[in-house]
Design a protein around this ligand. Structure first.
Ligand SMILES: [Zn+2]
Ligand SMILES: [Zn+2]
Length: 344
């Protein structure tokens, strides 16, 4: 089969390799759609190394069709359409036992410790099947949408921690795929959404998806706009979907007393941020983080797509075959697209 092999930073090679052999408790999927994630780009650039083997096949946002099942598999049959939650938690550690399976100490993931989806076929390890990470899809969910269920699930996890209700004022910093998912989730909850994004194409998509107030932070005064529109009180919630540490203190000044700052994006290794602690103390601001997803978030994500509540299709701006990987990655690195998907 064809597989895109990550050999070392900045080196991906399309190779003909053996199709994975499955054990009796495993299944093999024909890849139908696999999206390039920001994390894949960080792996490609050598910025993310944890859990990354060299050489290996990366890609963790995917869907497929069951092509082969092991003798002991009863829940799946050849031809089933499935989406896979890539992160496998252990179920036993402190985090797993305290409703924090998303940040399981012993977590493993397809696309990291296990070979991922940038290939014609993907082996799903037994531990993923036993943990319930493989979900059958109805015809209401396309393979392309299913490839984005994982990032949407991560957003649902982050969204749930922000306590967004009707008329909550939410500011989203960044309107890439993740920002645009957060935007839609906040709108479903009844929020008024401010979106700050320098790229005009992305602002346009944010507008079409319901953003109430759009800000170009390079040309406009973000702070002034927020204060003018909130009676000088600031917004209830800020969600940072880009990891720029030097922005933290400015963002703290835009939050209403008792509000929430959610650090949703990962920051560069060894980032340190200078913040005025009195902004937190006197205003009782809650700084929270959110990382990865829980399986129940994946189930919610499927329902939202089935019920047409979230538009993922408009986030898919480019579709390529695996053989066009050079074009796909160079486009992804230029940040010109929203979501790039490889298709079978
Ligand atoms: Zn991802
Ligand atoms: Zn665990």
């Amino acid at each position: 089969m064809e597989a895109l092999i990550f050999e070392k930073p900045y080196t991906l090679v399309l190779k003909e390799i053996q199709k994975p052999k499955i054990e009796k408790n495993e299944i093999c999927l024909k890849m139908k759609a696999a999206a390039i994630c920001g994390t894949d780009l960080r792996v490609y650039k050598g910025e993310k190394t944890k859990g990354i083997r060299k050489p290996s096949i990366i890609g963790h946002e995917f869907s497929g069709e069951v092509a082969e099942v092991g003798d002991k598999i009863i829940d799946f049959k050849i031809g089933d359409r499935v989406g896979v939650a890539p992160v496998i938690s252990c179920g036993k550690c402190y985090c797993c036992l305290n409703d924090l399976e998303n940040i399981c100490i012993n977590r493993m993931a397809i696309g990291y410790e296990f070979d991922g989806a940038f290939a014609e076929y993907i082996k799903i390890p037994s531990v993923a099947i036993e943990s319930g990470n493989v979900f059958k899809l109805s015809d209401k969910v396309s393979f392309e949408e299913a490839a984005l269920l994982e990032p949407l699930s991560c957003c649902i996890n982050g969204h749930n921690k922000c306590k967004i209700k009707i008329k909550t004022d939410v500011l989203i910093i960044g309107a890439g795929p993740i920002g645009l998912m957060h935007l839609q989730l906040a709108k479903i909850s009844g929020a008024r959404v401010f979106t700050s994004e320098p790229n005009s194409k992305r602002r346009k998509i944010a507008e079409s998806l319901g953003a109430d107030i759009l800000i170009d932070p390079q040309k406009e005064d973000l702070s002034k706009i927020i204060m003018e529109n909130t009676n000088n009180q600031g917004v209830d919630v800020v969600i940072m979907v880009i990891g720029i540490d030097r922005m933290l203190n400015d963002l703290l000044t835009l939050i209403k007393k008792g509000g929430i700052l959610n650090l949703f994006a990962g920051f560069q290794k060894e980032s340190v941020s200078n913040i005025d602690p009195n902004l937190i103390h006197y205003n009782e601001i809650n700084i929270i983080g959110s990382s990865a997803m829980k399986l129940r978030n994946y189930i919610t994500a499927i329902k939202l797509i089935e019920e047409n509540k979230i538009n993922l299709k408009s986030l898919i701006t480019d579709v390529y075959s695996l053989s066009e990987y050079e074009k796909a990655f160079s486009k992804a690195l230029k940040n010109e697209s929203i979501k790039i998907v490889f298709q079978d």
